[in-house]
Design a protein around this ligand. Sequence first.
Ligand code: COA
Length: 137
Amino acid sequence: MKIEYKVNPPITTDEFIEVLKNSTLGERRPIDDMECIKGMVENADIIITATQNDKIVGVARAVTDFHYCCYLSDLAVDKSCQKSGVGKKLIEIVQAQIGEKCKIILLSAPQAVEYYPKIGFFQHQSAWVIKSTDLLK
Ligand SMILES: CC(C)(COP(=O)(O)OP(=O)(O)OC[C@H]1O[C@@H](n2cnc3c(N)ncnc32)[C@H](O)[C@@H]1OP(=O)(O)O)[C@@H](O)C(=O)NCCC(=O)NCCS
């Protein structure tokens, strides 16, 4: 299986949606909200793709300042290519794009909670989330 990795290649919203769906992550991403998907693709700071015969079979999408923090929002590998090192390679390429002091932060999907510790992430007990529309108390 020859996989080619690309840093910030052109990627269409349809290609992004397809790899999300083919990985199952599409169930947890707003794939029917084109405005949101377009914003996710256009405003990402880092997009790494894994392609096989010109088909995108893996993607990592991150938002970062490149120096202090890097939010790895989406990591998705096509079901046909999972557990063959693609996810790990995509994260290693993200790491290579950011500064030495920059940490990768993410929120794990339920099916990946055992994945991240396995590849070296440590769990942070103080992660907090609020929507932009939620009122502060
Ligand atoms: C989770 C995901 C990104 C991992 O990518 P991958 O290419 O399949 O995983 P890798 O090949 O890099 O796996 C590295 C190791 O972790 C293991 N692993 C892979 N997925 C795992 C999972 N969900 N849980 C526990 N271990 C997992 C692999 O077996 C491998 O172990 P080994 O080195 O002992 O063989 C991919 O399976 C995926 O897209 N899953 C569905 C969508 C998802 O949950 N994405 C994460 C969003 S936060």
